[in-house]
Design a protein. Structure first.
Lengths: 694, 590
C-alpha cells in the first residue's frame, strides 16, 4: 500500500514539504557552474553557459566556449567565443541571448548561437567599463541596466527601440553598492540600490533616500535584495540575518523574519506557485535553504500564452510539432498554421545548397495560397540572404501587388515597382514609388517613365502643383501641352507683385494659348493685358485703386466717380454689350444719386433693357419721385408692375383694366388697402365683374 | 406629419458604437498618447502659444504640411525648441512626409495616424467628412480617397454584418467596391457570421448625376444648408435669426423634435406647420391657468422643461424661416426657380439663356451665375458655341479674368462644355468605355478625365420620366412622388436610378439608361448571405454617394423609404450642395 505522505517532512508547525527530482539534466558538465557565466531563460526556456570566461590568457585553445542547452540539458548549439570579455548573459522575452561585454557592447544571438546584431550601451559605459549588468523584462520588452566602473547607472528599457538613459549620480558613492535591482513602477523603470545601511531610489531625474516601512532600526547593513518577477514584491536581507518582505513600492510591509544567519546568501529569489495564494522568498547559502513566506492574497500572472508556446517551437525549428498543436487546438489558419509555414519558409530560403527554382517551388508547393501567408515577407528574407533572384521568384507568388512594392524598390527594380503600385490601386504607394524614382533616375528618364504611366503622371503633377511649380512647367513642356502651359502662366501672373511682371506672365500665357489654338482663352488674356495697362493709367490719373478689379467693376467705379468719358471709352474699347452697360451705368448712377445724369442717359437713345429697371433701381434707392418719371415709358406688358412699384395704384388699375387681364387686376387689388384705396378697389372689382360676365 | 407613410419601416442600425469608437480613439490619441491639454483650430496664421509641445490633427494635404513646416522653421529661426507631433486623419500619405523632408523639418516632427473614417451625423447619415474628395477625384483624377472609402465599407461591414446585395454605378464606385473586396479577402472578414443588419448597398458616383446637385434646394433642411451652411450636422444661426446680438450654434438632427418634423418638408408648408405648432405650444402653456396646486407642481416638474426646450427650438426655426423668406421670396429667387424649371423641362431655352446672361451682367452672385451656366450646359448636353463664348466672356467681365482657369476646370470635369460638332467626342468616348471594362486599363483612362462626358440629360429624363406630368396643382403637402423635393417639377435623377434598380433587383431592363449614363454599372449578390425576405435587414439600404450628396436627395430617399416600407442609410464623402460644388471648381487667386 502506498503511503502518500511518507516523503513529506514537517516544516514548522503547520506546513510540510517534500523533495523529489523532476528530471535529470542530460548534460555532462565537467566545469563547476560557479566558474561559468550562466543564464536561464524564463518560462523553462533554454540555458546559456559560457565556459572558461575567467581565464585572462587568450590562447586560441583556451578560448571561452558559448553553449546553449535546453532546459533539460540537451545541447542545442555551441560556438567558441571570439569577441570581447563578457560580463553578463541574459535572455530576451523572445528567447534571444544577450551577451554583454565589458566595453558596453551587447551582442544578440538566437538560440542556435547564430549572430543576429549588436548595439552599444553608449560612450560612458565604453570609457568606464561594465562592472555589473542586469537583463530585465517589462511590458515594454527586454531591458538592460549597467553599473559602470564610475559607479553610475545606464539603462535601456527596450533593446528593440534603443533609448539610452543615464541615471543621476548617487551622492558620495565611492564603491559599488552592496546590492541593486531594477524596478518597474507605473511604466517607469527605476533602480533601487543599497549602500551600507542606506537604500537609494534612482529615477530619471533624481536620487532619493528611502526607508522601507516597519524596518527594524537595528537591522544593520543591506547585503542582498530580490524583486519578484512581476515587480510587485521586494525582499531585503541585512548583515544581522534580518529579512524584510514587502511591496516594491515600499509602501507596505508583508512580513519580517530573523534568520540568525549573518553571512550573505548566495541567492535570494521570490517564489510563487501559480495556483497557491502564498508568496515566499527562498534564500540559499552553501549548505542551507530557507523558505520565508506569509499567506496573503496573490495575483496570478499568466504570461505564457499559446502564441508564445508556438513561437518557442518555431524558434526551435520544430515546425511539424507546432503545426500538429495548432491543428489539435483548432487555431484559425492565420493565427496558427500560416504563421508557422511562413516561419518555415523564411528558414527555407536560407538553405544555400538548393537552387532558386527548387526553393521557390518547394515553398509554393507547401504554402499554396494559404490565407495569411505573405510571400513578400519571405521574399524579403531571401533578399536579406543575398538571393535576389529567389526573392523575385517568390514575389511572383504574392497576390497583392501592393505588397511587392517595398521589396522591389529595395532591390532597385523601380519601374516594375511602379507598375505594381499602380496595379494595387493604392495612391500612396504610387506616390512612394514616384518620389523614389525621382531621386533615383535622371530627370529625362524620370519624365519618360512617367509618360508611360498616366496615373503616376497625374499624381506627380498634383505634387508639383503645390510643391514644385517649376517642374510642372517642364512636365507640360515635355508633352507640348500648350493649354496647361497657358494656365500655368496665368496662375503665376497672380503671384507677380509688379504690374510689368504680371503683364509678362500673361504675355507668355497668350503665346501658349495661341499655340494651343484656344482662341477664346487667347482673346480673354489679351483683354486682360489691355485692362491691366488701362487700370495702371487710371490709378495714376485718379490716384485710386483700380488694379485687380473686373472690367465691370472698373467701369462702374469710373461712373461712380463721375468719369463718364473714360467709362464710355472702355465701353467701346472692350465692346461691352449694350445691355450690360446700361445695367451697370444706371445702378452706378443711382448709387451716386446722380438722378439728373440718369435722366439724361435714359434719353440718350432707346434703352436696350427697357425702362422697368429704371423704375426698380429708383425705388430701391427710395426715390419714388424719380421712379415715377420712368413708369409711363415702361412697355405696356410691364406697366402694371411699374405703377405698383411707384405706388400709383390708380394708374396701375387703369393699365390692368385696359389689358383686360384678370391676374393683373387681382395683383393690383392685393396691394389695395381698404381705408385709402377704396375707390381704386371698387373700380377694379367692377371691371373684373364685367370681364367675368363675358 | 404630411407623409402618409407605412408604419412598418425597419429600424436603422445603431450608430452609437461608431460614435463611441471615434470619440474614444480620439480622446486616447490626444490625451493619453500625446498629452494634449488645449485645442486650437489650425488656421492660416502663425500659431501663438507658449507651450513647448504642438500636436497637429490634420488632413494629409501638402498645403497643410507646408503650413506646419513654416511654423517649425520659424521656431528654429527664433531659437525656440518645441516638440511637434502630427496626427494624420484618416491616414498618413507618403507625399506629406516627403514635403516635410524637403522643407527640412522631417527630423523635428513625429507622426501618428488616426484612422477615422466615419462620422455619424444623424441616425441615418454617416459622413466621411471628405469634401475634398469631389475635386480630387473628379477633377484631378487623384485616387487617394478610394482607399478610404474601401476602408469605411470594411468598417461598416465588420460592425453591421455582411451586406447581401451590392449595386453600383460609376467608375469610382466600381474601384471602391473592388478594393473593398480585396481588403475583405485579406482580413478574412470580421463581419462574417454576424447577423446582417444592412441588406443592400448602392454605390453611386456623383458624376452620374450633377444636375440634381446643382438645383436650388426647397426642402427645409436643404434650404437651411444653402442659406446658412450646415457644418458637421450643426449650423450657426446668426443675429438675424436669433433676433439678439449673438449667434447660436444648433445641432440639426432627429433629436431636435421640431426640426425632425420639418426637415424633409417643402418650404411652402413649413411656415404653416410652425405657426400651428406654436399655437399648440401656447395652448399647453395656457393650461396652467386652470390648474390646482398639485397639477401645477406636476406641470412644473415634468412638462415645463420640455415645453421650454421646444419653445426655444421653435423660435429658432421660425427665425430661420423668416430669414430664408426674406432672401428667397424675393422676385429674383422666384424667377430663378422658374428659369431652373424651364432648363429641367427643356423649354424656352433662349429665354433661360437670356435670364442667365442678365444674371451675370447684373453681378447677382458669382457662384449662382456659374451654377446656372452649368445647369444649362448639363441639361442641353453642352452650350451651343455662340453661347459658350459669350456667356464666358460676360462672366469674365463681371467677376474677373481669373475665372478663365475656373472655366478650364469646369470643362475638364464636364460641368460646362461646348456642344461638339458631329461625332468626334462620341468616338473617343466609346473607345474609352471599351477600355474601362478592363480594370488596369480603367486606370489608364483616368488620365483622360478631361474627356468631358456627355450628360445626355434630356434623353435620360424622358426615359425615366423625371418631369412629372402636371395635371392640376402639385400638392406639396401630400407629395405623391420624390419630385416634391423640387416643387413637383423634377424627380432627382440619382434617387430615381436607385429606386429603379432596387425595384428590379438589378440593372435588367435599364440597359439604355445605363448606356446613356456611360456604363460602369454592377450588381453583386453575396451567396454566403442567406436571402431571407423576412429579415428586416433586407429592407435596409445603404446609399453611398462618392463625391457628396445633398439634403434634397436625402429627403427624397427618406420619402421613398416611407412609401416602400424600407429604410435608407446614407454614407457620403461629404454633404454637398450647388455652392460647395461650384466653389470646389473655382481656381483661387495665388
Amino acid at each position: 500500500m502506498d503511503c502518500y505522505t511518507a516523503n513529506w517532512n514537517p516544516l514548522g508547525e503547520e506546513a510540510f514539504y517534500r523533495k523529489f527530482e523532476l528530471y535529470t539534466m542530460e548534460w555532462s558538465l565537467k566545469e563547476d557552474l560557479r566558474d561559468c557565466l550562466v543564464a536561464a531563460a524564463p518560462y523553462g526556456g533554454p540555458i546559456a553557459l559560457l565556459k572558461n570566461n575567467a581565464r585572462k590568457e587568450k590562447s586560441p585553445s583556451a578560448r571561452p566556449l558559448l553553449e546553449i542547452y535546453s532546459a533539460s540539458g540537451l545541447l542545442l548549439a555551441s560556438i567558441p567565443w571570439k569577441s570581447g570579455q563578457l560580463v553578463q548573459l541574459g535572455w530576451t522575452a523572445s528567447e534571444d541571448l544577450l551577451c554583454i561585454q565589458e566595453d558596453g557592447t551587447v551582442l544578440i544571438y538566437n538560440l542556435f548561437c547564430e549572430f543576429k546584431r549588436h548595439f552599444s550601451m553608449g560612450n560612458e559605459v565604453l570609457q568606464n567599463h561594465v562592472l555589473e549588468a542586469k537583463v530585465f523584462h517589462t511590458e515594454y520588452g527586454t531591458g538592460v541596466a549597467i553599473l559602470t566602473g564610475a559607479h553610475r547607472f545606464s539603462l535601456t528599457t527596450n533593446i528593440d527601440d534603443l533609448k539610452l538613459r543615464r541615471m543621476p549620480e548617487v551622492p558620495g558613492l565611492q564603491k559599488p553598492p552592496s546590492c541593486w535591482a531594477v524596478l518597474s513602477q507605473d511604466r517607469v523603470t527605476i533602480i533601487l540600490l543599497a549602500v551600507g545601511q542606506d537604500l537609494y531610489l534612482l529615477d530619471n531625474t533624481s536620487c532619493s533616500v528611502v526607508t522601507p516601512p516597519g524596518m527594524s532600526p537595528s537591522a544593520g547593513a543591506y547585503l542582498q535584495m530580490a524583486v519578484s518577477f512581476n515587480y510587485r514584491c521586494l525582499a531585503l536581507f541585512t548583515d544581522t540575518g534580518y529579512i524584510w518582505m514587502g511591496l516594491a513600492t515600499l509602501k507596505e510591509k508583508l512580513c519580517e523574519f530573523n534568520s540568525s544567519i549573518r553571512s550573505p546568501p548566495k541567492q535570494m529569489v521570490w517564489c510563487m506557485r501559480p495556483r497557491s495564494r502564498q508568496r515566499a522568498v527562498v534564500v540559499a547559502w552553501d549548505r542551507q535553504l530557507m523558505v520565508v513566506g506569509n499567506s496573503t492574497e496573490c495575483i496570478q500572472y499568466k504570461r505564457l500564452t499559446i502564441e508564445v508556446l508556438l513561437d518557442r517551437l518555431v524558434l526551435r525549428r520544430l515546425y511539424p510539432l507546432a503545426i500538429r498543436i495548432c491543428e489539435y487546438l483548432r487555431l484559425s489558419e492565420i493565427q496558427g498554421v500560416s504563421r508557422i509555414l511562413a516561419h518555415w519558409a523564411c528558414y527555407k530560403v536560407q538553405q544555400k545548397d538548393k537552387s532558386d527554382e527548387e526553393v521557390a517551388h518547394a515553398i509554393n508547393q507547401k504554402l499554396g495560397d494559404t490565407p495569411g501567408i505573405s510571400y513578400s515577407e519571405i521574399a524579403a528574407r531571401a533578399y536579406d540572404c543575398g538571393r535576389t533572384e529567389l526573392a523575385i521568384k517568390l514575389l511572383e507568388y504574392e497576390p497583392r501587388s501592393g505588397e511587392q512594392v517595398p521589396l522591389l524598390l529595395k532591390m532597385k527594380r523601380s519601374k516594375l515597382a511602379l507598375s505594381k503600385a499602380i496595379e494595387s490601386g493604392d495612391t500612396d504607394l504610387v506616390y512612394t514609388v514616384v518620389l523614389h524614382l525621382k531621386n533615383e533616375l535622371n530627370r529625362g528618364t524620370f519624365f519618360m517613365t512617367l509618360q508611360n504611366q498616366p496615373v503616376a503622371l497625374s499624381l506627380y503633377r498634383q505634387f508639383c502643383k503645390h510643391q514644385e511649380r517649376e517642374t510642372l512647367k517642364d512636365l507640360y513642356n515635355q508633352d507640348d501641352n500648350h493649354q496647361e502651359l497657358g494656365n500655368f502662366h496665368v496662375h503665376s501672373s497672380y503671384s507677380e507683385k509688379r504690374i510689368e511682371g504680371r503683364v509678362g506672365a500673361l504675355q507668355n500665357a497668350l503665346d501658349e494659348y495661341y499655340k494651343a489654338k484656344n482662341e477664346f482663352a487667347a482673346k480673354a488674356t489679351e483683354d486682360q493685358i489691355k485692362l491691366l495697362r488701362l487700370q495702371r493709367h487710371l490709378q495714376e490719373d485718379f490716384d485710386k485703386p483700380y488694379l485687380d478689379l473686373s472690367l465691370h467693376d472698373t467701369v462702374s467705379n469710373l461712373i461712380l466717380d463721375g468719369h463718364h468719358k473714360r467709362a464710355e471709352q472702355l465701353y467701346r474699347e472692350f465692346k461691352i454689350p449694350d445691355k450690360r452697360y446700361w445695367w451697370l451705368k444706371i445702378s452706378a448712377l443711382a448709387n451716386r444719386g446722380d438722378w439728373e445724369e440718369m435722366e439724361k442717359f435714359s434719353k440718350s437713345k432707346k434703352s436696350p433693357i427697357g425702362y422697368l429697371p429704371f423704375v426698380e433701381i429708383s425705388v430701391k434707392h427710395h426715390n419714388r419721385y424719380e421712379a415715377k418719371k420712368y413708369a409711363p415709358r415702361v412697355t405696356p406688358e410691364q406697366r402694371v408692375k411699374a405703377f405698383v412699384l411707384v405706388g400709383d395704384l390708380d394708374q396701375a388699375a387703369d393699365a390692368a383694366i385696359e389689358h383686360k387681364n384678370e391676374t393683373e387686376m387681382n395683383f393690383v387689388l392685393s396691394k389695395c388697402t381698404a381705408s385709402t384705396d377704396a375707390a381704386v378697389a371698387e373700380k377694379l372689382n367692377r371691371a373684373r365683374a364685367q370681364l367675368l360676365k363675358k | 406629419m404630411a407623409f402618409a407613410g407605412r408604419r412598418d419601416v425597419p429600424e436603422p442600425p445603431d450608430f452609437g458604437i461608431l460614435k463611441r469608437l471615434a470619440r474614444d480613439q480620439l480622446i486616447y490619441l490626444l490625451e493619453q498618447q500625446h498629452e494634449v491639454d488645449k485645442l486650437y483650430k489650425v488656421e492660416s496664421r502663425p500659431a501663438l502659444s507658449t507651450s513647448d509641445q504642438f500636436c497637429f490633427l490634420v488632413r494629409p494635404r501638402i498645403k497643410t504640411m507646408r503650413y506646419i513646416a513654416d511654423i517649425v522653421n520659424a521656431d528654429k529661426m527664433s531659437g525656440r525648441s518645441r516638440k511637434y507631433k502630427i496626427i494624420f486623419s484618416p491616414q498618413k500619405f507618403y507625399a506629406c512626409e516627403m514635403v516635410l523632408e524637403e522643407e527640412g523639418v522631417f527630423g523635428d516632427v513625429t507622426c501618428d495616424e488616426w484612422s477615422f473614417y466615419l462620422l455619424p451625423l444623424d441616425e441615418d447619415i454617416i459622413s466621411m467628412e471628405l469634401p475634398e474628395f469631389f475635386r480630387d477625384y473628379f477633377l484631378e483624377g487623384d485616387h487617394r480617397w478610394i482607399n478610404s472609402v474601401a476602408r469605411a465599407l470594411q468598417l461598416l461591414n465588420s460592425l453591421y454584418g455582411p451586406f447581401g446585395k451590392t449595386y453600383g454605378i460609376g467608375r469610382c464606385a466600381k474601384m471602391s467596391y473592388e478594393l473593398w473586396q480585396e481588403l475583405e479577402e485579406e482580413s478574412e472578414g470580421d463581419g462574417q457570421g454576424r447577423k446582417p443588419e444592412i441588406g443592400n448597398v448602392f454605390l453611386m458616383d456623383r458624376d452620374t448625376d450633377y444636375v440634381t446637385a446643382l438645383c436650388s434646394q426647397v426642402v427645409y433642411e436643404g434650404l437651411v444648408d444653402d442659406t446658412f451652411r450646415i457644418k458637421c450636422g450643426s449650423v450657426d444661426f446668426g443675429p438675424d435669426v436669433t433676433s439678439s446680438d449673438k449667434s447660436i450654434k444648433v445641432l440639426l438632427n432627429a433629436q431636435d423634435k421640431v426640426f425632425s418634423q420639418i426637415r424633409n418638408e417643402h418650404f411652402s408648408s413649413v411656415f404653416g406647420f410652425l405657426s400651428q405648432k406654436s399655437r399648440n405650444l401656447q395652448a399647453q402653456y395656457d393650461r396652467r391657468r386652470s390648474m390646482d396646486i398639485k397639477q401645477m407642481k406636476n406641470f412644473v416638474s415634468q412638462e415645463l422643461k420640455g415645453l421650454k426646450q421646444e419653445h426655444r427650438l421653435l423660435s429658432l426655426h421660425i427665425g430661420a424661416c423668416e430669414s430664408i423668406m426674406k432672401k428667397k421670396t424675393k422676385q429674383d429667387f422666384q424667377e430663378m426657380i422658374k428659369a431652373e424649371h424651364s432648363l429641367l423641362e427643356g423649354f424656352d431655352i433662349r429665354e433661360s439663356t437670356s435670364f442667365i446672361e442678365e444674371h451675370i451682367d447684373r453681378q447677382v452672385s458669382p457662384i449662382e451665375s456659374l451654377r446656372l451656366m452649368c445647369l444649362l450646359s448639363l441639361t442641353e448636353n453642352g452650350l451651343i458655341p455662340k453661347d459658350y463664348r459669350s456667356l464666358k466672356t460676360q462672366y469674365l467681365q463681371s467677376y474677373g479674368p481669373e475665372h478663365l482657369l475656373t472655366f478650364h476646370n469646369l470643362k475638364c470635369i464636364g460641368l460646362l462644355t461646348e456642344q461638339s460638332a458631329g461625332e468626334t467626342l462620341t468616338a473617343v468616348e466609346s473607345k474609352v468605355s471599351k477600355l474601362v471594362t478592363d480594370r488596369a486599363a480603367g486606370k489608364i483612362t483616368d488620365a483622360f478625365n478631361s474627356l468631358a462626358r456627355k450628360s445626355n440629360f434630356r434623353a435620360i429624363s424622358k426615359k425615366l420620366g423625371l418631369i412629372p406630368r402636371v395635371d392640376g396643382e402639385y400638392d406639396l403637402k401630400m407629395p405623391r412622388d420624390m419630385a416634391y423635393v423640387f416643387s413637383g417639377a423634377y424627380v432627382p435623377l440619382s434617387c430615381k436610378i436607385i429606386e429603379q434598380v432596387l425595384e428590379r433587383r438589378g440593372w435588367l431592363g435599364l440597359e439604355e439608361i445605363v448606356r446613356l449614363l456611360n456604363g460602369n454599372e454592377f450588381f453583386v449578390s453575396d451567396s454566403t448571405v442567406e436571402d431571407n425576405p423576412a429579415w428586416e435587414s433586407q429592407r435596409v439600404i445603404l446609399a453611398v454617394f462618392l463625391g457628396g450628396c445633398t439634403f434634397s436627395e436625402i429627403a427624397a430617399l427618406r420619402f421613398l423609404g416611407k412609401e416602400r416600407g424600407c429604410k435608407f442609410i446614407f454614407l457620403t464623402t461629404a454633404i454637398t450642395n450647388s455652392a460647395r460644388m461650384m466653389e470646389a471648381m473655382i481656381e483661387a487667386k495665388a
